[in-house]
Write a protein that binds this ligand. Structure first.
Ligand code: AMP
Length: 489
């Protein structure tokens, strides 16, 4: 879910919400809300700004939504006791600014004509603003600035009789990325957009059905992985069991490749493939593609660590921890302005001088977005006495904004959209700079090569080839469409 006032082309600065999210649901378990809190805690990396849980006790819905970390808000017994019932869904949200606070915190809830309905959304819609304008023109009142509320309105106003049909009806009008977990007084429903851009998996905990963004949320409660929800699939979970529906026209699968690069937790598994192993393979590909004569491979922790291990193994250059990360500060991106963001990097990382001094180092990070982190870290390595700094990036240059729920600044602020690799190398002051090739990335996720006519993943942040129409964004800038998909642009 994302604030749909976000416009990566025209936003002057990051003074608005940019969100990345995790979703969780559990149906048929004692202490459902406590289990949901644990699941959300495992998904905390997907969103640190706010979290919420809605439960149903057979009679009533109960909801707790809080700004802040899951552990700070949902570890207290009195909060969990206000969430009775065997069914619960939850959401954790990431935002770069405090913004409009609680009203955007999910799950969103509405009393529909057919009963209560709660909704948690990971992803970002690309036509929500357009639909919202039309709904407002017809008199609809919006309570939040979230694109997810558009789904709620479309469900509420659908003329179909049954809830599942109303949801299908609503989703047929929307474009973009959505992994949804919904709760009614009869059912829990999970759904993935037709391209399956964001993840959603199903697990089992002693007969209770679990839905979650990542497998690490199953591990924490001891649930068994059952399967992924397929792109375009809707699962309807009720006391009668699990039904699977395919309500949408089939579209090519386009799972977000950046989940493998950065976003997911390394101990999660997508499509049978361990995120950690992919990251190590990325490092190995990078070493093969862009060798450096160096004494030691240093990760930018934590996101660069698995790739650095893979790089060290493949190159034969020893791995060491030359940067120590302070774990008590949030992600660099959490700071709303550039000046504070610079400070954030200093707060977060420190050089481990004994490993660096006098050495030719290979510095491995997962991505360069604005270049803020790289600039500071390289400076830090020089100050710690590095003889040479060779930067290796475990993804292709990030040239384009994400419209599907990963926080990226507008295109003009992406270093790689403004500079060549040589210019970037000069800007961050390294002796050499290399990025993984797009084919190298595809090899690391297990493909022979990228199919350029019909890519196996959504890699728009690296290629500008967006798998869906970007209806809201068209008003403010040109966006290259993936013509092979032809899905109604
Ligand atoms: P920057 O300093 O703007 O170049 O950001 C690059 C750093 O931010 C890298 O070290 C990444 O680990 C991290 N990063 C990349 N993408 C994201 C994202 N969407 N949200 C938060 N952090 C990110």
């Amino acid at each position: 879910m994302d604030d749909f006032t976000l416009d990566p082309f025209s936003s002057p600065d990051d003074d608005r919400f940019h969100e990345e999210c995790g979703v969780f649901g559990i149906f048929g378990a004692k202490n459902a809300a406590a289990l949901a809190a644990l699941g959300l805690h495992a998904l905390q990396h997907r969103g640190q700004e706010a979290a919420g849980i809605t439960s149903f006790d057979g009679r009533e819905f109960h909801s707790e939504r809080h700004i802040g970390l899951v552990g700070d808000n949902f570890s207290k017994p009195n909060v969990i006791s206000r969430l009775p019932g065997d069914w619960a869904i939850g959401h954790t949200r990431y935002s770069t600014t405090g913004g409009s606070g609680l009203r955007n915190v999910q799950p969103l809830y509405a009393e529909l004509a057919i009963g209560g309905f709660a909704l948690a959304h990971n992803g970002n819609l690309t036509n929500a603003m357009t639909i919202q304008r039309e709904l407002q023109r017809r008199g609809a009142i919006f309570q939040s600035t979230s694109d997810t509320e558009t789904i709620l309105h479309l469900v509420a106003t659908s003329q179909r009789a049954a809830l599942v049909d109303k949801i299908v009806d609503a989703l047929k009008s929307i474009e973009g990325a959505y992994s949804l977990v919904c709760l009614s007084q009869e059912k829990m429903i999970g759904c993935r957009d037709p391209h399956g851009i964001r993840p959603l998996i199903m697990g089992d905990l002693d007969g209770a059905v679990v839905l979650a963004s990542e497998t690490c949320a199953l591990d924490i409660i001891g649930a068994r992985f059952v399967r992924e929800i397929e792109p375009g699939e809707m699962v309807v979970i009720s006391n009668r069991g699990v039904d699977s529906l395919r309500p949408f026209d089939k579209r090519p699968s386009r799972f977000c490749i950046f989940e493998y690069v950065y976003f997911a937790r390394p101990d999660s598994v997508y499509g049978g493939t361990s995120v950690y192993q992919v990251r190590k393979r990325i490092g190995a590909e990078l070493a093969r593609e862009s060798h450096a004569e160096a004494d030691v491979v240093i990760p930018v922790p934590d996101s660069g660590t698995p790739a650095a291990i893979g790089f060290a193994e493949a190159s034969g250059i020893p791995f060491d921890f030359g940067i120590i990360r302070n774990h008590y500060v949030g992600r660099t991106f959490i700071s709303p302005t550039d000046s504070i963001r610079h400070m954030g990097v200093k707060l977060k990382h420190n050089a481990n001088r004994t490993v660096i001094e006098g050495k030719r180092i290979v510095l491995v990070d997962d991505s360069i977005v604005r270049g803020t982190t790289s600039l500071k870290i390289v400076q830090m390595m020089r100050e710690a006495g590095a003889a040479e700094v060779h930067m290796r990036i475990a993804s292709p240059p990030t040239t384009d904004s994400c419209f599907y729920g990963v926080d990226t600044p507008e295109k003009g602020k992406l270093l790689a959209s403004r500079m060549t690799i040589d210019e970037m190398a000069r800007y961050i002051q390294v002796d050499s700079l290399a990025f993984l090739s797009i084919d190298g990335l595809y090899r690391a996720v297990g493909e022979m090569a990228r199919d350029n006519d019909n890519p196996q993943y959504c890699d728009a942040c690296f290629t500008g080839q967006y798998p869906t129409a970007l209806i809201d964004a068209y008003s403010s800038g040109p966006v290259r469409q993936l013509s092979a998909v032809g899905d109604g642009t």
